[in-house]
Each structure stands twice: as C-alpha cells, then as structure tokens.
Design a protein around this ligand. Structure first.
Ligand SMILES: Cc1cc2nc3c(=O)[nH]c(=O)nc-3n(C[C@H](O)[C@H](O)[C@H](O)COP(=O)(O)OP(=O)(O)OC[C@H]3O[C@@H](n4cnc5c(N)ncnc54)[C@H](O)[C@@H]3O)c2cc1C
Length: 313
C-alpha cells in the first residue's frame, strides 16, 4: 500500500525526496508494492511511485528525477517484466497517458494506451493492420519498446512515426526507421528514449473481415498460451540462426522443461517457453528456474537462450 511522502525512506537523501514531493505533488507515493502492477504478480516495493496521466506529467516527472539524478523506470502494463523481490530503488512512473486520435487511415495514440484499445478502435473504424496485436497485453509504449508481435507481424509493420523524449530531455518527432526495429528489438532498448506517442498507418477493410481475423487470432492464442496463468508471456527469445528461426519453446520441450520447477515458479504445461507463478513464487525462484533451463539448453544444444522478459531491480 502507498503511504505519503512525509515518511520518506531514512536511508535515502531526504532532501531530494522533499524536493521531488514538492515538484510532483500528491500523485507521488512512497513504498508501493509493484507485484499488483505486473502480470507475473511478483515484485517488491518501489521507493517512489508516480501516476502520470498526461504527457506533461510524464515529461515533468522524468525531467525532475533526472535533475536529482535519481533512477527511474517507466512502467506500462507490466506484462514483460520480472520485478526483483527487493523492488526498485528510485521512482517508478506508471504511464497512464491514454488519448487516441483517429485521422483518416492513421491512429495516433499516447504511449500509455493499451494495445487492446487500439486494436478495438481500428476494428470499429474498419482499419486493418493491427489484428496481429489482438490479445497482446500491455501498452503501446511497451509494445514499441520491444517491437511486440505475433503471427509474423510486429509493431515495425504499422508504426510510421512517433514522438519521443530523448535522454537529453528533447521532444522529437521521428519516423518508423528511427527505431531500427528487429525481432523483439528497438532502439529504445539501447537509447533510453521514452515513447510519448506513436502513429500507426492502417488500411481500409471490411469490418467483418477484420473482426474475423481478430477472433481467429484470439482463438489461436487461447489454444497455445496459458492465458489464465500469472506470467509475462514468452520468457526467452526465439533463436535467430543464419538460415532460420529456432523456437525457444521447441528447445525447452526437448530438455523436458515442463517437468522442471523451482518453488511456485513453474513451466506452463501448455507452452514450454512460458514460466508461470503458480502461487506465491518469488522473483528469485523464477530467475533460478530460468538459469536451470538455460543451463540445460546450453548443455544439450550449445545454444545460449536470451531473456525476452526484462529483469527490473
Ligand atoms: C499472456 C501474455 C501473452 C503475451 N503475448 C505476447 C505476444 O504475443 N507477443 C509479444 O511480443 N509479447 C507478448 N507478451 C509480452 C508483453 O505483453 C509485451 O512485450 C508488451 O508489449 C509489453 O508491454 P507493457 O506495456 O506491459 O510493458 P512493460 O512490461 O510495462 O515494460 C516493458 C519494457 O518497456 C519499457 N517501456 C514501457 N513503456 C515505455 C515507454 N513509453 N517508453 C519507453 N519504454 C517503455 C519499460 O520501461 C520496460 O523496460 C505477452 C505477455 C503475456 C503476459
């Protein structure tokens, strides 16, 4: 639960917290447990937590923490992260920027909009292109950051321009090529830029055709993924060999991953690349399980699996 900033952590620089509290006001909370903000349902407390409801608040919060040289982290839907049991030392900015604007065949959304809302708006307005994203949890910000995708398509196929906040505090409009999108990669992972908004270019299509595609994709997801379980989706990236893509799930199946567990951290019976919190798993359990799986894959195939899920600590 959140408490007020008055009882700022004794071990931290109280003066910094006081100034931050003066700058950010009541929306700044202290000692907020992060687990409920993640789909894994795992994670300790953030020293400080701020709900940014519009771009002005998001930009101001980032500018303020940078001025005080405090660590920060922008949290979207929390569907691609594993937060450490000891939480986060610094400020977590929960992005709730939620505006969308439709203009002919484009939709521009602020980065805190959930991907499902954009998919829905596009369908309602007979705009095709985002059907692949139906059922992917999280926000536009997280999706662009990791070039989220499914069924052979990804954000790279639809994003034509965006507005970002650079590490130096500049607000820039950039086009799709700026992101250097690749499989689950974008420049945001390296640059530390923050996505403020994104514009997607779509195509006119019969509404029924779009809805049919969306329904089909959702059905496929239901069969393949443990949607009810607490997880962060695929834990490891697929392996890009020179001539083909090797599914991490396939490699994990071959080492018998589904029978391996660590406390309440388990491998889904439905999908070997999805690690789940089956009760009260800790981040340390999930990490230990991930290490075991990586070791076995390395021993059997001489392949080093890379995490798709981001560790926050
Ligand atoms: C059941 C399930 C199914 C899934 N299926 C898929 C799938 O099919 N395909 C797929 O690609 N992924 C899938 N995922 C993973 C996840 O949903 C996506 O990666 C999603 O795009 C993450 O968005 P988020 O808002 O939750 O990001 P978060 O988890 O909140 O954050 C992830 C990273 O993005 C950064 N970030 C967030 N917002 C911004 C911003 N505005 N600017 C800069 N950086 C930002 C964060 O700082 C963090 O480093 C699935 C997850 C679950 C739980």
């Amino acid at each position: 639960m959140a408490t007020t900033i008055k009882s700022a952590l004794s071990t931290r620089n109280k003066e910094v917290y006081k100034k931050l509290s003066e700058a950010l006001g009541d929306q700044l909370k202290q000692n907020v447990v992060l687990a409920p903000y993640t789909t894994f349902g795992i994670g300790g407390k953030a020293d400080l937590f701020y709900l940014a409801k519009n771009p002005k608040e998001l930009i101001y919060a980032i500018g303020t923490v940078q001025k005080f040289k405090l660590r920060f982290f922008v949290l979207g839907g929390g569907s691609n992260i594993l937060v450490s049991d000891s939480g986060f030392r610094g400020l977590v900015i929960k992005n709730q920027n939620h505006m969308m604007v439709l203009n002919k065949n484009t939709i521009t959304c602020q980065s805190g909009v959930s991907l499902s809302e954009v998919v829905e708006l596009a369908g309602d307005r007979s705009l095709s292109g985002l059907e692949f994203a139906a059922g992917i949890p999280g926000t536009v910000g997280g999706a662009v950051w990791g070039n989220a995708g499914a069924f052979g398509k990804s954000m790279a196929d639809v994003l034509i321009s965006a507005v970002i906040l650079t590490r130096k505090g500049e607000i820039k409009e950039v086009d799709g090529s700026y992101f250097h999108f690749a499989y689950r990669e974008s420049i945001l992972k390296r640059s530390g830029d923050i996505l403020l908004s994104a514009t997607f270019k779509l195509k006119k299509q019969d509404r029924e055709v779009i809805e049919k595609k969306v329904r089909r994709n959702l059905q496929k997801r239901e069969v393949r993924l443990p949607l009810e379980a607490k997880s962060a989706g695929c834990f490891f990236k697929n392996v890009m060999a020179t001539d083909r893509k090797i599914s991490a799930g396939f490699l994990l199946d071959q080492i018998g991953a589904k029978n391996i567990k660590e406390g309440d951290a388990k491998v889904s019976n439905q999908h070997a690349n999805i690690l789940i919190n089956s009760g009260s798993a800790k981040a340390k359990d999930v990490k230990k399980l991930a290490r075991k799986l990586k070791k076995k894959v390395k021993e059997k195939f001489n392949i080093e699996l890379q995490e798709e899920v981001v560790y926050i600590n």
